[in-house]
Design a protein around this ligand. Structure first.
Ligand SMILES: [Zn+2]
Length: 253
């Protein structure tokens, strides 16, 4: 049987770029096929009926026709435009960060990962509703690591395997988790991690969202959790992400 020429996807628009004279090239994260690119013909023309549906962050359903290389989007409808994310600069920044993380960790035509798609749409929705987005973003980071196969080891030493005791520890991005004080002495490239900070990382790793969202640690602990997660992502991605710098700028404004 021939492969179908046309297929339907549910997707979030990760980013778009100009393509040719009047078209747009979209990077989508789809429920059915993971990340893929698609062309929207004439999307930059003033009268385009598709243009409003293909802005970054939008949750859409679309019909794609197989082109010679990149599929062409023939129909599109918006499921959720996540309007609050466009109206508030801080939320825009967090949403851009979540999308960038996913974009950087995935490749075109890698295949579907419906758990990631669900996490993405749930998190964008939560970001629209929340007052304080801290827990929502941390939960997203921790779950994303799980679903990508990079779950950090937080309950036993990533070096000797012994159970972590209730005392200050080290964190090693390259070992993928916590290093006990005994193994950590003298090892290079380790981050100190206070037991209080570790407590919250563990909480995000083992809790479902409703209980994770109840966490509201002191500002310095929030900052430590954030810094450690950044160190971990930076190591995994081998270069620093763009959006955390952007978020810092917004906070200063
Ligand atoms: Zn150890």
């Amino acid at each position: 049987m021939n492969e179908p020429r046309s297929f339907r996807v549910q997707a979030v628009v990760l980013r778009h770029a100009n393509w040719g004279e009047a078209d747009r090239l979209l990077t989508l994260y789809t429920r059915e096929q993971g990340k893929l690119r698609a062309i929207v013909k004439g999307a930059r023309k003033i009268r385009s009926r598709k243009a409003g549906h293909v802005e970054p962050f939008t949750h859409i359903t679309a019909q794609l026709a197989k082109g010679r290389e990149i599929p062409i989007m023939t129909q599109v409808e918006t499921i959720d435009p996540y309007l609050p994310l466009r109206e508030d600069l801080q939320r825009t920044g967090y949403a851009a960060y979540m999308l960038e993380l996913l974009d950087r960790f995935t490749y075109d035509q890698e295949g579907s990962n419906p758990a990631i798609f669900r996490l993405l749409t749930d998190s964008l929705e939560r970001l629209c509703q929340l007052g304080e987005p801290w827990a929502c973003v941390r939960y997203y980071e921790m779950r994303l690591l799980d679903y990508l196969g990079f779950r950090p080891r937080l309950f036993e030493c990533a070096n000797c395997g012994r159970e972590i005791q209730a005392e200050d520890q080290f964190f090693s991005p390259s070992a993928g988790g916590v290093i006990c004080p005994r193994c950590g002495l003298g090892l290079p490239g380790l981050w100190p991690i206070a037991i209080e900070t570790l407590k919250y990382l563990r909480h995000f790793q083992r809790s479902d969202y409703p209980s994770a969202a109840k966490a509201s640690p002191a500002p310095d602990i929030q900052k430590n959790v954030e810094t450690l997660m950044q160190a971990h992502f930076t190591y995994l991605l081998e270069r620093s992400l763009n959006t955390p710098g952007f978020l810092k700028q917004i906070k200063r404004m």
